[in-house]
Design a protein. Structure first.
Length: 207
């Protein structure tokens, strides 16, 4: 995938993973002429009957998107709770990110996302979270945290997003053999691309 840069961003429900991907795309669009694609893995559910495991998601469809022929260089941002749960996609990823949130924050975000307005809706949302989403997170999503190159807590979202962008800029520059595009968003944090691609036992944890 020398003509593609894959950035995988994972996190819990309500962590704003897809929204973070869109912010990164917007900022990169100001810096690069390359095509930038954001893939919402959470929308690629195989069936309506969820098992609350990685089996619910169509990873083959994601790989098909990655194999599409594109002109020049393309930056692909894969966003979703299970973005770090597929071995093949992890092997293809140039940069892996996990957005970390506390349990109470995950529940609060879910309540806001569902636009809960009645006590019945609140009970239903809490029940769904406790019975399905919480155990799913601890059993399947949270373990993928250890695979991330960068771990960003909710309290450091702005700084974390800037670091992700700087990391992508470094990768693009390395692939194209060019000088960096413009000023870094986090000038005191410098990435070495080989650290991201080779030294998989190391990662940046802002938590």
């Amino acid at each position: 995938m020398m003509d593609k840069i894959l950035v995988a961003i994972a996190g819990s429900y309500g962590a704003g993973v897809y929204e973070t991907g869109l912010k990164i795309k917007e900022e990169l669009g100001r810096r690069f002429p390359h095509e930038i694609t954001v893939i919402d893995l959470d929308s690629m559910v195989k069936t309506d009957c969820k098992t609350y495991t990685d089996e619910d998601y169509d990873f083959e469809k994601v790989q098909h998107v990655l194999q599409r022929s594109r002109a020049e260089l393309e930056i692909i941002i894969l966003c979703g709770c299970y973005a770090l749960c597929n071995k093949r996609l992890n092997a293809l990823s140039n940069l892996k990110v996990f957005l970390d949130t506390e349990g109470d924050r995950r529940l609060i975000n879910l309540i806001h996302k569902n636009n809960v307005t009645t006590s019945e809706e609140l009970r239903s949302t809490i029940s769904h979270y406790m019975d399905c989403l919480r155990p799913e997170y601890h059993s399947y999503i949270a373990p993928s945290r250890s695979l991330a190159d960068i771990i960003i807590p909710a309290t450091h979202e702005t700084t974390g997003t800037a670091i992700i962008i700087d990391g992508i800029v470094e990768i693009v520059d390395e692939l194209q053999g060019r000088m960096p595009y413009g000023r870094k968003l986090s000038p005191h944090l410098d990435f070495q691309v080989e650290d991201m691609n080779v030294e998989k036992d190391r990662y940046y944890d802002l938590s």
